[in-house]
Design a protein around this ligand. Structure first.
Ligand code: B1M
Length: 210
């Protein structure tokens, strides 16, 4: 019952209620992983589906994301402690010269919702910073977002940088953003292009499980 309520409050974007019920669930002795999967992730799954089908739009997703983050702020330390936290690590950012972050934030949030550990490097992220941080945290996936036709070219520079450092095979490179296409991704040697945040999270999860 409480798990269903958490999912419903998350869909409604009621951040303080989500936080309160997650804490109550822990106090009642419910397994934190169950709270994550049957509560928070159930809610985010529905949000992702509605967003993909154009039933809801960016503001609703951002509000639900805030509720997800509120719940995760209680759950994450407990999950980390019991070593149950993630399927894999993702570094994500908007490429150098580009300040658009709404889409990138949604992708990151959906990936968190899918059970991945997401390290958000922010906007205007240089190729060196992407690669250095990925190496530092032991990431599995490097995710780049670009909204400008000029800045998307930096995605190719990153693939080349990985090749130059002899570490190309260690990473799955994912790209996206309004001007990015599947053809472009193939041309620059990225592993995965996805057109939207919900698909990005689904595909990243599949790639890590495979
Ligand atoms: Co800018 N802007 N903007 N802008 N802006 C665009 C992108 C533009 C298309 C508008 C236009 O002219 N029609 C145009 C780009 C033209 C081009 O390159 N061909 C443009 C321009 C020109 C500029 C400036 C140069 C304007 C100026 O100053 N003269 C300037 C550049 C600043 C810079 O970055 N250096 C600029 C500035 C801004 C604002 C700061 C005002 C603001 C950004 C605020 C912010 O992000 N915090 C802004 C906005 C809001 C837009 C539009 C209107 C909306 C972008 C957005 O947030 N969409 C945009 C027009 C448009 O796209 N229709 C535009 C909603 C968001 C949810 O979608 O980011 O596409 P999106 O993300 C989607 C998918 O693409 C995908 O998932 C998301 C959700 O499903 N996705 C991924 C994104 N990243 C992914 C990564 C993945 C997978 C999927 O894997 C890693």
């Amino acid at each position: 019952m409480i798990l269903k309520q958490i999912a419903e409050y998350l869909e409604d974007g009621a951040a303080s209620k989500v936080k309160e019920l997650v804490q109550q669930g822990l106090d009642d002795g419910i397994d934190p992983k169950t709270i994550l999967e049957e509560g928070l992730l159930k809610g985010m799954e529905i949000i992702g589906k509605l967003f993909k089908e154009n039933e809801i739009f960016v503001p609703e997703v951002m509000i639900a994301a805030r509720a997800m983050n509120a719940g995760m702020s209680i759950l994450e330390p407990v999950l980390v402690e019991i070593g149950n936290v993630s399927l894999g690590k993702v570094v994500i950012g908007t490429v150098k010269g580009d300040l658009h972050d709404i889409g990138k934030n949604i992708v990151g949030m959906m990936m968190k919702g899918a059970g991945l550990e997401v390290i958000d490097l922010g906007v205007d992220v240089s190729v060196e910073k992407f690669v250095d941080e990925a190496e530092k945290v032991g990431a599995n996936i490097i995710c780049m977002s670009a909204l400008l036709t000029t800045t998307m070219l930096n995605m190719e520079v990153l693939v080349k940088e990985l090749e130059n450092r002899g570490i190309r095979d260690q990473y799955i490179v994912m790209v996206g953003g309004a001007p990015v296409t599947d053809d472009f991704a193939k041309k620059i040697g990225a592993n995965i292009y996805t057109p939207d945040a919900a698909t990005a999270a689904e595909v990243a999860k599949e790639a890590l499980i495979a």
